[in-house]
Design a protein around this ligand. Structure first.
Ligand SMILES: [Zn+2]
Ligand SMILES: [Zn+2]
Length: 242
């Protein structure tokens, strides 16, 4: 990271810490732990009906809980839990988190995830054994200064009392951004991008990411985790691109 960028990020961090908590959307003071005021939270977009396994949005005709793809060629993860569709103002929040280093946004997403995990998604079932934030390649990590998936996953793991696995699987191939590639090249780009360094035999895992787009990066990561023994993998993400 260039030093100007470092100073900018550091100043931003101090600024965010010193001021009294304000809503990350409208900047009005708020005492809520999510740092999103009640009015703004009420206006956040709702995830449309979607596939249980990959969270792909349904077009309205589906009568099964799974989309056509998951029915015929299931991905290596078992379920996907997403908070929001990837649309305004979620899009802007994720861009500000990733590219303007606004870390309080990660804390807000973590709090929203915790609420939903406890009240809905895992209300009547056992939580996973381990939480794995989607790894970034070391080059990308140096460029950005932090991994947004780690920042989101940390408070969740702490609150739920689940160990965080930061070193068991790594991104060992520096790939181009998937979003910059045509659909057909995405699979080739991401193949063999991950290496696992431990045994996951018998464990249930949650893999956390900020946004799931086509699901190919997630599928490649989970494929490696399953090859190393993972019994069940759930995906937890802040936003799903339809
Ligand atoms: Zn607000
Ligand atoms: Zn699906």
């Amino acid at each position: 990271m260039r030093w100007e960028k470092f100073i900018f990020h550091y100043a931003r961090f101090i600024y965010d810490q010193l001021l009294p908590p304000v809503c990350i959307l409208c900047s009005h003071p708020t005492a809520r732990s999510t740092n999103i005021c009640f009015t703004c939270q009420q206006s956040l977009p709702i995830l449309p009906d979607h596939c249980l396994q990959c969270a792909q949005f349904f077009s309205g005709m589906e009568k099964t809980p799974l989309c056509h793809t998951c029915h015929h060629q299931p991905p290596p993860f078992d379920r996907t839990f997403a908070l929001f569709p990837y649309q305004s103002p979620i899009t802007q929040l994720i861009i500000q988190l990733k590219f303007q280093h606004r870390l309080p946004i990660a804390k807000s997403f973590a709090d929203l995830l915790i609420q939903r995990l406890q009240t809905t998604w895992y209300r009547r079932q056992k939580l996973p054994d381990l939480i794995i934030p989607m790894p970034l390649h070391p080059h990308r990590l140096r460029e950005r200064g932090f991994n947004q998936a780690v920042e989101i996953a940390k408070p969740v793991a702490k609150k739920l009392g689940i160990p965080l696995d930061l070193h068991g699987i790594k991104r060992t191939k520096h790939t181009q951004a998937q979003s910059a590639l045509p659909a057909l090249e995405r699979k080739r780009n991401i193949t063999n991008a991950f290496t696992a360094y431990r045994d996951y035999s018998g464990l249930t895992l949650a893999v956390v990411d900020d946004v799931v787009t086509t699901g190919q990066t997630m599928a490649e990561c989970c494929h490696v985790l399953k090859q190393h023994g993972a019994r069940q993998i759930d995906v937890w993400c802040c936003a799903r691109r339809g």
